[in-house]
Design a protein around this ligand. Structure first.
Ligand code: ZN
Length: 364
């Protein structure tokens, strides 16, 4: 895989036609792209974003380190559903549950044996695992909850599914996958924070059961980061995407209410050694809008927020693969992880450039 690439020739030619536009690049300039042989989507079940800030780097060193790449703590769940299964389906299919092109799965119970997403959706719904498998990349789901068995049931191409309530077992397997396969796409799911929230509440008090559980997950993340630190060659080939299926909070021991910010505000952190710290909304002002404290549905804001469902097509993009057919979130694979290498030309000029009829032989 080539991680260094030049701008597409067509775009470059178009730029050079713009009057008075000085190409700011040095003569032999390459634009670095982020890429990887191994991509891991990490879901921390029930992780509310403000828990990371409240507990601080001394208690959650790994999560704070993961915030040192392109990241936001103001990402969004599915706008209608703040429960586990629909959000996990969103982040492997690049679709929200509702609306046109939605994956349509709204339940949160453990699926019956043999039950599939296609049965509910009424048609096959592609997942990032199918896409990766088709291109010879090893695929794995390492799950903390049995309800995630809907994934291997829905996509039999998924090469590997392991389920354990012991998070260290899942982490160990992830680290083995990196050694055993030249390339991989894995989803690893940690359940402890959600368990603590349901048992004791999503309490942000010092040493609360919830924060202790988040700290236990942080230790697993620390193992992952340590492995990458110890093997810099491997580290340069891995990208981690960490997000959550929902948060939790208030006086309740559940997270079902999708109208409460404590449930729909989640982190979205991307990390690779050497990838610069940046606010994902600032990097993506052209295509994403920070929603403040709101949770816009599609069409309710000029631009969508960053969602956990961005993960599917981002992961494929990082592996050099095209987006999922029929997906509606990050289908353009335009979620940027680096500052734009070259400033954008004026929008009307860009539009003209993108129109092959107008731009052919055109002098602006
Ligand atoms: Zn959950």
């Amino acid at each position: 895989m080539t991680w260094i690439s030049l701008l597409p020739g067509g775009l470059m030619a178009c730029w050079l036609t713009l009057p008075g536009f000085q190409d700011p690049r040095p003569e032999v300039e390459a634009v670095r792209e982020v890429g990887a042989d191994h991509v891991v989507v990490i879901t921390v079940d029930g992780l509310r974003s403000d828990a990371i800030l409240f507990a601080g780097p001394e208690n959650l060193p790994a999560l704070h380190r993961l915030m040192s790449g392109p990241s936001t703590l103001n990402a969004r769940t599915d706008p209608e559903l703040t429960v586990t299964l629909p959000n996990h389906l969103a982040l492997v299919t690049g679709r929200l549950a509702g609306g046109e092109g939605g994956h349509a799965w709204r339940g949160n119970e453990t699926p019956k044996d043999g039950e599939t997403l296609a049965q509910t959706a009424g048609e096959p719904v592609p997942s990032m695992f199918q896409q990766a498998h088709r291109h010879g990349i090893h695929t794995a789901v390492l799950a903390g909850k049995s309800k995630l068995r809907l994934l291997p049931q829905s996509w039999p191409e998924l090469a590997e599914y392991q389920e354990s309530k012991i998070p260290a077992e899942l982490t160990t397997r992830l680290l083995e996958i990196w050694q055993q396969h030249a390339s991989s796409l894995s989803l690893i799911h940690f359940r402890a924070a959600d368990d603590a929230g349901h048992d004791h509440g999503w309490t942000l008090a010092k040493d609360s059961p919830y924060l202790q559980a988040v700290a236990a997950v942080d230790q697993e993340l620390q193992r992952i980061l340590q492995t990458l630190d110890d093997d810099s060659k491997l580290g340069s080939r891995v990208v981690l995407i960490l997000t959550a299926d929902h948060g939790g909070g208030g006086p309740w021991k559940h997270h079902r209410r999708s109208d409460l910010w404590v449930n729909y505000v989640i982190p979205f952190l991307v990390w690779q050694p050497g990838l610069a710290e940046a606010d994902l909304y600032a990097l993506n002002a052209h295509s994403r809008l920070n929603p403040g404290l709101s949770a816009p549905r599609p069409g309710e804001s000029p631009l969508p927020p960053i969602r956990n469902a961005d993960a599917a097509n981002l992961a494929l993009d990082l592996l050099g693969l095209p987006p999922l057919s029929g997906s509606t979130v990050n289908f353009e694979q335009d979620l940027q992880l680096l500052p734009q290498a070259v400033p954008s030309p004026p929008k009307d000029k860009l539009k003209a450039c993108s129109d092959p009829v107008q731009s052919e032989g055109q002098s602006f």
